[in-house]
Write a protein that binds this ligand. Structure first.
Ligand code: HEC
Length: 172
C-alpha cells in the first residue's frame, strides 16, 4: 500500500514538473523572434546559402556546363541593373560565362525575395567570390522592380544586352 502511494506521489511530482517545463517553454516561445524579424536579420550570405547555393555552389563556382559560376563573373560585378533584373525575373537561353556556353533556366526570385533581400544577396555576391563591385541598395532594386513591372518570361541575355534593359531607372 505504502509503495503505491509513494509511486503516486512521485508520479504527481513528475507531472507537475513536466507541466511547469511545458509552461515556461511556451512562455519563452512567445518571446522568440517572429518569421518577419528573422527575415529582417538575415544577411546576404544566409540568403545566398538558402536560395542560390544549391545551383551556384557554396564557393560560387557553379557546375560547369549546367550552372554558371557567380565567382569572378562579369555579370555579377557588371551593370547593377542587369544583375537585379536577372534575379527578379530569372534568366533563360544562351549565356556565355568564362568562355563556357550555358543554355539553362534560372527561376525568378522576385516573388520570394523582397527589395531588401535582393539588395543583400546581390551585394553579397558582388563583394565575394573574387568579385569586387559597388553595393546595391533596396531603393535601387525597388526602382527596377517598379520600372519592369509584370514580366511573364525570364530574361534572355539577348534582351539584357540592350541598353533599354540596363541600368537603374530614375524613378518617378
Ligand atoms: C535552380 C538553379 C539556380 C538557382 C537556385 C539560382 N540560379 Fe542563378 N542561374 C542558374 C542558371 C541555370 C543560370 C544560367 C541561365 C541561362 O543559361 O540562361 C543562372 C545564371 C545566374 C547569373 C548570371 C550568370 C553568372 O553566372 O554570372 C547570376 C548572376 C545568377 N544566376 C545569380 C543567382 C543568385 C544571386 C541566386 C540566388 C538568389 C541564384 N542565381 C539562384 C540557376 C540557378
Amino acid at each position: 500500500m505504502k509503495v503505491t502511494n509513494h509511486l503516486l506521489f512521485m508520479g504527481a511530482l513528475l507531472l507537475i514538473s513536466l507541466l511547469t517545463i511545458g509552461f515556461t517553454g511556451l512562455q519563452n516561445s512567445t518571446t522568440l523572434p517572429t518569421i518577419e524579424d528573422t527575415e529582417a536579420d538575415e544577411d546576404g550570405e544566409q540568403i545566398y546559402m538558402t536560395r542560390c547555393q544549391s545551383c551556384h555552389m557554396a564557393n560560387g563556382e557553379g557546375v560547369q556546363g549546367v550552372f554558371p559560376p557567380v565567382a569572378n563573373s562579369p555579370y555579377v560585378s557588371g551593370d547593377k541593373g542587369v544583375l537585379v533584373r536577372m534575379i527578379l525575373h530569372g534568366l533563360r537561353g544562351e549565356i556565355v560565362v568564362q568562355d563556357v556556353t550555358y543554355n539553362g533556366m534560372m527561376p525568378p526570385w522576385g516573388g520570394f525575395l523582397n527589395d531588401e533581400q535582393v539588395a543583400k544577396v546581390t551585394t553579397y555576391i558582388r563583394s565575394n567570390f573574387g568579385n569586387d563591385a559597388e553595393a546595391i541598395s533596396a531603393e535601387e532594386v525597388a526602382k527596377i522592380r517598379a520600372f519592369v513591372g509584370e514580366k511573364k518570361d525570364a530574361w534572355t541575355w539577348e534582351e539584357l544586352s540592350k541598353e533599354d534593359n540596363q541600368g537603374i531607372p530614375d524613378g518617378e
